[in-house]
Design a protein around this ligand. Sequence first.
Ligand code: NAP
Length: 285
Amino acid sequence: MSAPLINGKQVSEEIRGALRGEVELLTKQGLTPGLAVVLVGEDPASQVYVRNKEKACHDLGYYSEVHRLSASTTQEELLALVDKLNRQDNIHGILVQLPLPNHIDEKSVINAIAVEKDVDGFHPVNVGNLVIGDDSLLPCTPAGVIELIKRTGIEMAGKHAVVIGRSNIVGKPVSLLLQRENATVTMCHSRTANMKELTQQADILVVAIGRANFVDASYVKPGAVVIDVGMNRLENGKLAGDVDFESVKEVSGPITPVPGGVGPMTITMLMQNTLIAAKRLGGLA
Ligand code: NAP
């Protein structure tokens, strides 16, 4: 029997509906959440992501600024723009689209973003707060993963969650957020021995490795929740997850598809972070 689908598109629409309503109310009170997105260079995928963020702002009633800078922009010029945005009252969230050209040090740029406007959740202070369990702006894709698991109605506390992938932007923060939900977390990576033995014990399996269709049914415990973060472009142009959806859905519990699972949640969580940042900066939270 096929598993129930976790429809990220639908969840995303529901959250966006709530955000739209809240932004309308805030705007009436004189506070319109504002997001600045900075794009350096002409990376085609980044251009698409930035356009989608701009569109989300427009659809939800946010103020938005997109700064499209040439690939030859110097680090000093970029840092000067970040500094200006840090001090701009109508901007509550700043997102510098990654990757940056090689001549710019990404860490220096991320560190320069005001912690309270770091809506990507990548600033070391926000990362540190996440680690110690303090309030922080959460990284968007990991926050989306947790939201999707919550929407299944399946309790995370006491469950065994296995995360494959330990990147700073997905795997590590997902594992921290799962621990915050009182799951018992096992992390797997490219050097993990006997990975299948571990994943077969997972009540919740989150996969973020960047390898198309890598996880098949033999990795999955019957009935497990499976969240596929992978977004891999195949030679035929189609998008594939890290999970072999067709085989896994025959054994798993609720499962995310690709596309239409985690993907739509990332920008929605960015919009949520921007609203949170605006309320905090505006003294309303
Ligand atoms: P990444 O930085 O390349 O990290 C990949 C992780 O997977 C690493 O920790 C690596 O282990 C591990 N890994 C690689 N091959 C493995 C294997 N055969 N067995 C076990 N572990 C393995 O990738 P990422 O940025 O986390 O992204 C992962 C995927 O998520 C990509 O497909 C990406 O496009 C997608 N993604 C989607 C969204 C979204 O939906 N909005 C956002 C971000 C990323 P080591 O640490 O040992 O090298």
